[in-house]
Design a protein around this ligand. Structure first.
Ligand code: SAH
Length: 350
Protein backbone atom coordinates (compact mmCIF):
# COMPACT_ATOMS: atom_id res chain seq x y z
CA UNK A 1 0.00 0.00 0.00
CA UNK A 2 1.25 3.46 -0.83
CA UNK A 3 1.70 4.81 2.69
CA UNK A 4 2.19 8.41 1.56
CA UNK A 5 -1.07 8.27 -0.41
CA UNK A 6 -2.82 6.69 2.58
CA UNK A 7 -1.67 9.50 4.87
CA UNK A 8 -2.66 12.17 2.37
CA UNK A 9 -6.07 10.64 1.93
CA UNK A 10 -6.67 10.34 5.66
CA UNK A 11 -5.67 14.00 6.05
CA UNK A 12 -8.05 15.08 3.33
CA UNK A 13 -10.81 13.13 5.04
CA UNK A 14 -9.88 14.88 8.32
CA UNK A 15 -9.37 11.59 10.07
CA UNK A 16 -7.41 11.44 13.34
CA UNK A 17 -3.73 10.53 13.02
CA UNK A 18 -4.10 7.09 14.64
CA UNK A 19 -6.10 5.88 11.62
CA UNK A 20 -2.95 5.42 9.56
CA UNK A 21 -1.51 3.17 12.26
CA UNK A 22 -4.74 1.18 12.42
CA UNK A 23 -4.76 0.63 8.67
CA UNK A 24 -1.08 -0.27 8.62
CA UNK A 25 -1.57 -2.71 11.50
CA UNK A 26 -4.36 -4.55 9.67
CA UNK A 27 -2.42 -4.57 6.44
CA UNK A 28 0.74 -5.95 7.99
CA UNK A 29 -1.25 -8.69 9.69
CA UNK A 30 -2.36 -9.78 6.24
CA UNK A 31 -5.86 -8.34 5.93
CA UNK A 32 -7.04 -8.85 2.34
CA UNK A 33 -8.83 -5.50 1.95
CA UNK A 34 -10.02 -2.33 3.70
CA UNK A 35 -13.41 -3.97 4.13
CA UNK A 36 -11.99 -6.30 6.81
CA UNK A 37 -10.75 -3.44 8.99
CA UNK A 38 -13.63 -3.63 11.39
CA UNK A 39 -12.49 -0.94 13.81
CA UNK A 40 -12.72 1.71 11.07
CA UNK A 41 -16.10 3.35 10.41
CA UNK A 42 -17.71 1.67 7.40
CA UNK A 43 -17.92 5.02 5.59
CA UNK A 44 -14.15 5.38 5.90
CA UNK A 45 -13.57 1.84 4.66
CA UNK A 46 -15.60 2.66 1.57
CA UNK A 47 -13.71 5.93 0.98
CA UNK A 48 -10.35 4.20 1.28
CA UNK A 49 -11.42 1.39 -1.03
CA UNK A 50 -12.32 3.99 -3.64
CA UNK A 51 -9.24 6.17 -3.23
CA UNK A 52 -6.26 4.06 -2.17
CA UNK A 53 -5.26 0.97 -4.18
CA UNK A 54 -4.80 -1.82 -1.65
CA UNK A 55 -1.43 -2.76 -3.12
CA UNK A 56 1.12 -0.67 -5.03
CA UNK A 57 1.71 -3.77 -7.16
CA UNK A 58 -0.62 -5.61 -9.49
CA UNK A 59 -0.05 -9.30 -10.11
CA UNK A 60 0.71 -10.07 -13.74
CA UNK A 61 1.66 -13.70 -13.55
CA UNK A 62 2.13 -16.35 -10.90
CA UNK A 63 3.91 -19.64 -11.50
CA UNK A 64 4.58 -22.53 -9.19
CA UNK A 65 7.38 -25.07 -9.49
CA UNK A 66 7.16 -28.72 -8.46
CA UNK A 67 9.30 -27.98 -5.42
CA UNK A 68 6.65 -25.53 -4.16
CA UNK A 69 8.56 -22.40 -5.17
CA UNK A 70 6.23 -19.65 -6.31
CA UNK A 71 7.34 -16.82 -8.56
CA UNK A 72 5.18 -13.76 -9.02
CA UNK A 73 5.61 -11.13 -11.67
CA UNK A 74 4.16 -7.84 -10.49
CA UNK A 75 3.71 -4.56 -12.23
CA UNK A 76 4.07 -1.17 -10.54
CA UNK A 77 1.54 1.58 -11.17
CA UNK A 78 3.87 3.10 -13.76
CA UNK A 79 4.22 -0.22 -15.57
CA UNK A 80 7.58 -1.49 -14.26
CA UNK A 81 8.10 -5.23 -13.89
CA UNK A 82 9.06 -6.58 -10.47
CA UNK A 83 9.57 -10.21 -9.57
CA UNK A 84 9.54 -11.90 -6.18
CA UNK A 85 9.88 -15.54 -5.22
CA UNK A 86 8.62 -17.56 -2.27
CA UNK A 87 10.62 -20.63 -1.34
CA UNK A 88 9.07 -23.21 0.94
CA UNK A 89 11.24 -25.76 2.69
CA UNK A 90 10.47 -29.17 4.17
CA UNK A 91 10.91 -27.96 7.74
CA UNK A 92 8.15 -25.37 7.28
CA UNK A 93 10.49 -22.46 6.75
CA UNK A 94 9.31 -19.97 4.14
CA UNK A 95 11.71 -17.51 2.66
CA UNK A 96 10.75 -14.64 0.41
CA UNK A 97 13.23 -13.36 -2.15
CA UNK A 98 12.54 -9.66 -2.64
CA UNK A 99 13.43 -7.21 -5.39
CA UNK A 100 14.70 -3.76 -4.48
CA UNK A 101 14.75 -2.31 -8.01
CA UNK A 102 12.97 -2.94 -11.30
CA UNK A 103 15.85 -4.24 -13.38
CA UNK A 104 19.39 -3.51 -12.23
CA UNK A 105 21.86 -0.77 -13.19
CA UNK A 106 24.81 -3.12 -12.67
CA UNK A 107 25.85 -5.34 -15.52
CA UNK A 108 27.15 -8.58 -14.06
CA UNK A 109 27.74 -10.65 -17.16
CA UNK A 110 26.29 -13.93 -15.86
CA UNK A 111 23.06 -12.51 -14.40
CA UNK A 112 19.82 -12.28 -16.37
CA UNK A 113 18.62 -9.24 -14.42
CA UNK A 114 21.86 -7.45 -15.28
CA UNK A 115 21.08 -7.89 -18.96
CA UNK A 116 17.65 -6.25 -18.82
CA UNK A 117 17.06 -2.52 -18.86
CA UNK A 118 17.21 -0.71 -15.52
CA UNK A 119 13.85 0.76 -14.57
CA UNK A 120 14.01 2.52 -11.23
CA UNK A 121 14.35 2.10 -7.51
CA UNK A 122 11.32 0.61 -5.80
CA UNK A 123 9.64 2.49 -2.96
CA UNK A 124 9.47 1.04 0.55
CA UNK A 125 5.76 0.40 -0.05
CA UNK A 126 6.52 -1.55 -3.23
CA UNK A 127 9.06 -3.65 -1.35
CA UNK A 128 6.68 -4.39 1.53
CA UNK A 129 3.84 -5.16 -0.88
CA UNK A 130 5.88 -8.04 -2.35
CA UNK A 131 6.08 -9.62 1.09
CA UNK A 132 2.46 -8.86 1.92
CA UNK A 133 1.36 -10.59 -1.24
CA UNK A 134 2.95 -13.83 -0.07
CA UNK A 135 1.63 -13.34 3.42
CA UNK A 136 -1.90 -13.23 2.06
CA UNK A 137 -1.21 -16.06 -0.36
CA UNK A 138 0.71 -18.54 1.78
CA UNK A 139 0.34 -17.51 5.40
CA UNK A 140 3.57 -15.69 5.85
CA UNK A 141 7.24 -16.08 5.16
CA UNK A 142 9.55 -16.05 8.19
CA UNK A 143 12.76 -15.28 6.31
CA UNK A 144 13.52 -12.63 3.72
CA UNK A 145 16.45 -12.15 1.37
CA UNK A 146 17.07 -9.10 -0.78
CA UNK A 147 18.26 -11.33 -3.59
CA UNK A 148 15.69 -10.57 -6.24
CA UNK A 149 16.11 -7.97 -8.92
CA UNK A 150 18.36 -5.03 -8.28
CA UNK A 151 21.13 -3.92 -5.99
CA UNK A 152 19.65 -3.20 -2.54
CA UNK A 153 22.56 -1.02 -1.43
CA UNK A 154 21.82 1.37 -4.30
CA UNK A 155 18.33 1.83 -2.84
CA UNK A 156 19.20 1.58 0.81
CA UNK A 157 16.79 4.20 2.18
CA UNK A 158 13.78 2.32 0.86
CA UNK A 159 15.26 -1.07 1.77
CA UNK A 160 15.81 0.05 5.37
CA UNK A 161 12.40 1.68 5.62
CA UNK A 162 10.76 -1.52 4.37
CA UNK A 163 12.94 -3.61 6.69
CA UNK A 164 11.69 -1.62 9.69
CA UNK A 165 8.25 -3.14 9.08
CA UNK A 166 9.33 -6.74 8.52
CA UNK A 167 9.07 -7.83 12.18
CA UNK A 168 5.44 -6.65 12.20
CA UNK A 169 4.99 -9.05 9.30
CA UNK A 170 6.51 -11.93 11.22
CA UNK A 171 10.05 -11.69 9.84
CA UNK A 172 12.65 -10.93 12.54
CA UNK A 173 15.52 -8.69 11.48
CA UNK A 174 18.00 -11.49 12.18
CA UNK A 175 16.26 -13.49 9.47
CA UNK A 176 16.71 -10.83 6.83
CA UNK A 177 19.72 -10.90 4.52
CA UNK A 178 20.79 -8.08 2.24
CA UNK A 179 22.87 -9.24 -0.68
CA UNK A 180 25.22 -6.87 -2.45
CA UNK A 181 27.68 -6.80 -5.31
CA UNK A 182 30.02 -5.08 -2.85
CA UNK A 183 28.81 -1.47 -2.94
CA UNK A 184 31.20 -0.19 -0.29
CA UNK A 185 29.38 2.98 0.85
CA UNK A 186 26.24 0.88 1.40
CA UNK A 187 28.14 -1.76 3.39
CA UNK A 188 29.47 1.02 5.61
CA UNK A 189 25.99 2.39 6.18
CA UNK A 190 24.65 -1.06 6.94
CA UNK A 191 27.42 -1.58 9.49
CA UNK A 192 26.24 1.54 11.33
CA UNK A 193 22.57 0.53 11.13
CA UNK A 194 21.01 -0.58 14.42
CA UNK A 195 18.79 -3.27 12.85
CA UNK A 196 20.63 -6.63 13.01
CA UNK A 197 20.30 -7.40 9.32
CA UNK A 198 22.60 -9.98 7.78
CA UNK A 199 25.04 -9.06 5.05
CA UNK A 200 25.67 -11.30 2.04
CA UNK A 201 28.38 -10.48 -0.48
CA UNK A 202 28.29 -11.65 -4.08
CA UNK A 203 32.00 -12.24 -4.60
CA UNK A 204 32.27 -14.85 -7.38
CA UNK A 205 36.03 -14.40 -7.82
CA UNK A 206 38.83 -13.69 -5.36
CA UNK A 207 41.09 -12.01 -7.88
CA UNK A 208 40.48 -8.60 -9.41
CA UNK A 209 40.98 -9.28 -13.13
CA UNK A 210 38.43 -12.11 -13.22
CA UNK A 211 36.02 -10.37 -10.85
CA UNK A 212 36.09 -7.24 -13.00
CA UNK A 213 35.29 -9.35 -16.04
CA UNK A 214 32.30 -10.97 -14.32
CA UNK A 215 31.20 -7.90 -12.37
CA UNK A 216 32.21 -4.55 -13.86
CA UNK A 217 31.42 -2.87 -10.52
CA UNK A 218 34.69 -4.39 -9.31
CA UNK A 219 36.55 -1.66 -11.21
CA UNK A 220 35.06 0.80 -8.80
CA UNK A 221 35.25 -1.25 -5.61
CA UNK A 222 37.95 -3.91 -5.95
CA UNK A 223 38.12 -7.10 -3.89
CA UNK A 224 40.45 -5.84 -1.14
CA UNK A 225 38.32 -2.77 -0.47
CA UNK A 226 35.06 -4.74 -0.43
CA UNK A 227 36.43 -7.39 1.93
CA UNK A 228 37.81 -4.69 4.23
CA UNK A 229 34.33 -3.13 4.43
CA UNK A 230 32.88 -6.57 5.25
CA UNK A 231 35.45 -7.15 7.98
CA UNK A 232 34.51 -3.80 9.44
CA UNK A 233 30.83 -4.79 9.31
CA UNK A 234 31.71 -7.97 11.21
CA UNK A 235 33.71 -6.18 13.86
CA UNK A 236 30.76 -3.91 14.59
CA UNK A 237 27.98 -6.46 14.30
CA UNK A 238 29.71 -9.73 15.16
CA UNK A 239 27.62 -11.47 12.56
CA UNK A 240 29.23 -13.62 9.90
CA UNK A 241 29.12 -12.31 6.37
CA UNK A 242 27.89 -14.79 3.78
CA UNK A 243 29.98 -14.92 0.66
CA UNK A 244 28.04 -15.98 -2.42
CA UNK A 245 30.08 -17.63 -5.12
CA UNK A 246 28.34 -18.74 -8.29
CA UNK A 247 30.10 -21.77 -9.78
CA UNK A 248 30.97 -21.22 -13.45
CA UNK A 249 32.58 -24.09 -15.33
CA UNK A 250 36.19 -23.40 -16.35
CA UNK A 251 35.84 -19.78 -15.25
CA UNK A 252 36.11 -19.62 -11.45
CA UNK A 253 35.96 -23.24 -10.27
CA UNK A 254 39.58 -24.45 -10.41
CA UNK A 255 41.78 -25.69 -7.58
CA UNK A 256 44.03 -22.58 -7.57
CA UNK A 257 40.91 -20.41 -7.46
CA UNK A 258 39.67 -22.27 -4.37
CA UNK A 259 43.06 -21.70 -2.77
CA UNK A 260 42.96 -18.01 -3.70
CA UNK A 261 39.45 -17.66 -2.29
CA UNK A 262 40.39 -19.34 0.99
CA UNK A 263 43.43 -17.11 1.29
CA UNK A 264 41.37 -13.91 1.32
CA UNK A 265 38.57 -15.08 3.66
CA UNK A 266 38.96 -15.27 7.43
CA UNK A 267 36.82 -18.23 8.59
CA UNK A 268 35.74 -16.36 11.72
CA UNK A 269 34.21 -13.63 9.59
CA UNK A 270 33.08 -15.25 6.37
CA UNK A 271 30.97 -18.24 5.50
CA UNK A 272 30.83 -19.38 1.88
CA UNK A 273 27.71 -20.30 -0.03
CA UNK A 274 28.50 -21.93 -3.36
CA UNK A 275 25.74 -21.35 -5.88
CA UNK A 276 25.15 -23.83 -8.71
CA UNK A 277 24.76 -21.66 -11.80
CA UNK A 278 21.23 -21.38 -13.15
CA UNK A 279 21.20 -21.23 -16.91
CA UNK A 280 20.38 -17.89 -18.52
CA UNK A 281 20.94 -16.59 -22.02
CA UNK A 282 24.61 -15.98 -21.13
CA UNK A 283 27.47 -18.06 -22.59
CA UNK A 284 28.40 -19.43 -19.13
CA UNK A 285 27.90 -23.02 -18.09
CA UNK A 286 27.46 -24.20 -14.55
CA UNK A 287 30.22 -26.21 -12.88
CA UNK A 288 29.67 -29.94 -12.58
CA UNK A 289 28.63 -31.46 -9.28
CA UNK A 290 32.10 -32.98 -9.05
CA UNK A 291 33.81 -29.61 -9.53
CA UNK A 292 31.57 -28.01 -6.91
CA UNK A 293 32.31 -30.79 -4.41
CA UNK A 294 36.06 -30.52 -5.00
CA UNK A 295 35.94 -26.74 -4.61
CA UNK A 296 33.96 -27.07 -1.43
CA UNK A 297 36.37 -29.70 -0.07
CA UNK A 298 39.33 -27.43 -0.64
CA UNK A 299 37.69 -24.50 1.16
CA UNK A 300 36.71 -26.74 4.07
CA UNK A 301 40.23 -28.11 4.37
CA UNK A 302 41.29 -24.52 4.85
CA UNK A 303 38.87 -24.02 7.71
CA UNK A 304 35.96 -22.29 6.01
CA UNK A 305 32.31 -23.09 6.60
CA UNK A 306 30.80 -23.90 3.22
CA UNK A 307 27.29 -24.68 2.06
CA UNK A 308 26.06 -25.41 -1.43
CA UNK A 309 22.84 -23.63 -2.27
CA UNK A 310 19.89 -25.85 -2.99
CA UNK A 311 18.51 -25.03 -6.40
CA UNK A 312 14.91 -23.93 -6.27
CA UNK A 313 12.38 -23.04 -8.88
CA UNK A 314 14.63 -23.48 -11.90
CA UNK A 315 11.91 -24.75 -14.20
CA UNK A 316 9.96 -21.51 -13.76
CA UNK A 317 13.07 -19.31 -14.08
CA UNK A 318 12.64 -18.32 -10.46
CA UNK A 319 16.14 -19.26 -9.37
CA UNK A 320 18.98 -16.85 -8.55
CA UNK A 321 19.92 -14.66 -11.45
CA UNK A 322 17.01 -15.78 -13.60
CA UNK A 323 14.71 -12.89 -12.77
CA UNK A 324 14.39 -10.87 -15.93
CA UNK A 325 10.77 -10.13 -16.52
CA UNK A 326 9.87 -9.10 -20.00
CA UNK A 327 8.11 -5.74 -19.83
CA UNK A 328 4.50 -6.47 -18.99
CA UNK A 329 1.95 -5.56 -21.62
CA UNK A 330 -0.91 -4.81 -19.30
CA UNK A 331 -1.05 -1.54 -17.43
CA UNK A 332 -1.83 -1.23 -13.78
CA UNK A 333 -5.32 0.08 -14.42
CA UNK A 334 -6.24 -2.90 -16.55
CA UNK A 335 -5.30 -5.40 -13.89
CA UNK A 336 -6.05 -3.57 -10.66
CA UNK A 337 -7.90 -5.83 -8.30
CA UNK A 338 -5.89 -8.83 -9.40
CA UNK A 339 -3.61 -8.35 -6.43
CA UNK A 340 -6.47 -9.33 -4.17
CA UNK A 341 -7.30 -12.47 -6.06
CA UNK A 342 -3.68 -13.42 -6.55
CA UNK A 343 -4.26 -16.97 -5.42
CA UNK A 344 -6.36 -17.49 -8.52
CA UNK A 345 -4.14 -15.72 -11.00
CA UNK A 346 -3.07 -18.42 -13.34
CA UNK A 347 -0.77 -20.38 -11.10
CA UNK A 348 0.31 -23.46 -12.91
CA UNK A 349 1.78 -26.14 -10.73
CA UNK A 350 4.18 -27.80 -13.11
N1 SAH B 1 22.59 -7.27 -6.61
C1 SAH B 1 22.64 -8.07 -5.42
C2 SAH B 1 21.32 -8.75 -5.15
C3 SAH B 1 20.94 -9.82 -6.16
S1 SAH B 1 21.26 -11.32 -5.39
C4 SAH B 1 23.78 -9.07 -5.53
O1 SAH B 1 24.32 -9.22 -6.61
O2 SAH B 1 24.15 -9.64 -4.52
C5 SAH B 1 21.25 -12.46 -6.62
C6 SAH B 1 22.34 -13.50 -6.36
O3 SAH B 1 22.26 -14.48 -7.42
C7 SAH B 1 23.70 -12.89 -6.47
O4 SAH B 1 24.61 -13.52 -5.63
C8 SAH B 1 24.03 -13.17 -7.93
O5 SAH B 1 25.38 -13.07 -8.17
C9 SAH B 1 23.49 -14.56 -8.08
N2 SAH B 1 23.25 -14.92 -9.48
C10 SAH B 1 23.09 -14.11 -10.53
N3 SAH B 1 22.88 -14.80 -11.66
C11 SAH B 1 22.89 -16.10 -11.30
C12 SAH B 1 22.68 -17.31 -12.01
N4 SAH B 1 22.38 -17.30 -13.31
N5 SAH B 1 22.75 -18.46 -11.33
C13 SAH B 1 22.98 -18.47 -10.00
N6 SAH B 1 23.16 -17.36 -9.28
C14 SAH B 1 23.13 -16.19 -9.92
Amino acid sequence: MDLALLERTLNELREPSYRARQVLGWTLRGAPSFAEMTNLPSRLRAELTARVPFSTLAVQRCSQARDGTIKVLFCTRDGRPVEAVLMRFGDGRQSVCISSQSGCPLTCTFCATGQMRFGRNLTASEIIDQVLHFKRLAGGPDHAVFMGMGEPLLNLDAVLEASQHLPELGIAHRRVAISTVGWVPGIKRLAAEPMPLRLALSLHAAEDPLRSELMPVNERYPVAEVLAACRDYWSRKRRRVFVEYVMLADVNDSYPQAVALASVLDPRIFKVNLIPYNPTASPYRGSSRKAIDAFRGELQRRGLMVTVRVERGREIDAACGQLAAAAPQKTYGAVSGLARSASHSGSSSG
